[in-house]
Design a protein around this ligand. Structure first.
Ligand code: ATP
Length: 455
């Protein structure tokens, strides 16, 4: 069945007519003659589209009120209003209240089918975009409440509405692209495109065609470049430090002249683009070494923004872990898991050289590979072995809590017990020799062993 379309109209003839036309094209239909029947059918199974009469005579509520009810529970469900001749104004107000479109009676079969197809397609596209956004992690805004992140967020709010060029610096995987996307989303260009060019992954030969596009000898456009694509929006130049010198010259010229020519072309292309660039390298050093043009640096870095590495904002880790788990479980249909206190302590103490990207990858791996059923909390010993490998561990793991989850007094006690047992064993149970080696009085060692429960 192509789709499940609900037709709501108080006139039986209209219901049958609409259903007949749609069924002939292979659509599935369900029919309701009043608002309550319609709500019941929507409740039984969410339809893929609703045709809804505006007046709906003889019902508890009219078509517009029913539209509100349906939208309250299913904001994304497309609804096409059926309007009588002469009440276009009402139909327009229905669109303002969330209807997809309207069709006026009497209508032609072709128009009805076209509208149905279009409404279904728009709704499926919206769903796909939503899924893709979740999958690509594009839905994140700056997660975290640490003071460094609060400062970053404030800087983003300040610069977003201006049109100034921004250079974002920060270690790899720290969230530079997310910051750039957030700036774009909060700017006056939000409805325009956000185009990404990663200088680190594009060969020097392809750099110019990627940015400027290509024109054929007859003047026709063979390839549209990123600058042109970003017209009215933002161009994000990732890893700007990797851009070849010749391209740097051309980019500088574009910034000065606000126009460029396509590769192989002669026509001037005028664009209105906001440039945000990023670097994980120390560009000042690149300039000192003669690899990056200083004048370009100053033009790109009108407002510099620094994104801190994860080790500078460890207190955000629990919030980020929850955020990534929600995101990954929504995108991949994996069950959510609880993270035990000891596992969280290890995640928070671990050094994350790959920053947020590495943390996210580990959470994904954890959700896929973690043992035990979905109800059991993930404990420290279930973490990937390299996570926390540099942290102090229990000398003999008894499957209990990770040392990092214990207060100092308990951790010290565990250490002392394990250490002294090992030393006594080493000296064949000889307390005097052990005491001498560990630097304690024999009697003090005896008291210690007793208090630790070592016979
Ligand atoms: N503040 C944040 N809140 C939530 N998720 C974030 C945040 N910052 C980054 N992420 C996520 O972390 C991952 C890495 O982020 P991003 O790609 O923006 O880093 P980057 O610094 O641009 O990396 P690279 O240096 O490799 O270009 C992505 O999955 C992104 O969705």
């Amino acid at each position: 069945m192509a789709s499940d379309i609900l037709i709501v109209d108080d006139e039986e003839d209209i219901r049958e007519l609409v259903a007949g036309i749609l069924e002939d094209e292979g659509h599935g239909t369900r029919l309701a003659g009043n608002a309550d029947d319609a709500l019941k059918l929507v409740g039984e199974r969410r339809p893929s589209l609703v045709f809804l009469d505006i007046w709906l005579q003889g019902s508890r509520i009219d078509g517009l009120a029913l539209l509100d009810e349906i939208k309250k529970a299913h904001a994304d469900l497309p609804v096409v209003m059926i309007s009588g001749h002469g009440n276009i104004e009402t139909a327009v107000s229905a669109i303002k209240r969330g209807a997809y479109d309207y069709i006026e009676k009497p209508f032609k079969a072709d128009r009805l089918l076209l509208l149905a197809e279009r409404a279904l397609e728009a709704s499926s596209l919206r769903r796909t975009v939503k899924e893709l956004k979740i999958r690509s992690g594009d839905t994140d805004f700056l997660v975290g409440s640490s003071s460094v992140l609060t400062h970053l967020r404030a800087a983003v709010e300040r610069v977003a509405p201006t049109n100034s060029r921004i250079l974002i610096s920060g270690p790899s995987g720290s969230g530079k692209e997310v910051v750039a996307r957030t700036i774009h989303a909060k700017s006056g260009r939000a409805k325009g495109p956000f185009i990404v060019v990663n200088a680190a992954t594009i060969t020097p030969e392809r750099m110019e065609t990627t940015l400027f596009g290509v024109e054929d000898t007859d003047g026709s456009v063979k390839q549209v470049g990123a600058l042109e694509e970003a017209h009215g929006g933002t161009l994000y130049l990732d890893e700007i430090g990797d851009m070849p010198r010749e391209t740097q010259n051309r980019v500088l010229r574009v910034l000065v002249e606000q126009a460029f020519t396509r590769v192989g072309g002669t026509r001037r292309v005028q664009v209105d683009v906001r440039l945000i660039s990023s670097t994980a390298r120390d560009l000042e050093q690149e300039i000192a070494d003669g690899r990056f043009r200083e004048d370009l640096f100053h033009r790109l870095s009108v407002v510099p923004i620094r994104v801190p590495g994860l080790s500078e904002r460890r207190e955000d880790i629990p919030e980020l872990v929850t955020h990534f788990m929600d995101q990954i479980s929504q995108a991949g249909g994996l069950p959510l898991r609880q993270i035990g206190d000891d596992a969280m302590a290890v995640l928070q103490a671990h050094d994350w050289p790959g920053n947020l990207r590495q943390l996210r990858n580990n959470i994904e791996r954890l959700l896929i590979l973690a043992r035990g059923d979905a109800e059991t909390a993930i404990s420290a010993d279930m973490l990937p072995s390299e996570v926390g490998a540099m942290l102090p561990m229990l000398p003999t793991s008894t499957g209990g809590e990770h040392l990092m989850a214990l207060p100092l007094r308990d951790a010290r006690e565990i250490f002392e017990r394990e250490y002294l047992i090992a030393q006594i064993n080493r000296f064949g149970g000889n307390i005097s020799r052990t005491a001498e080696f560990v630097g304690m009085e024999r009697s003090a060692l005896h008291r210690k062993l007793k208090s630790l429960g070592i016979a």
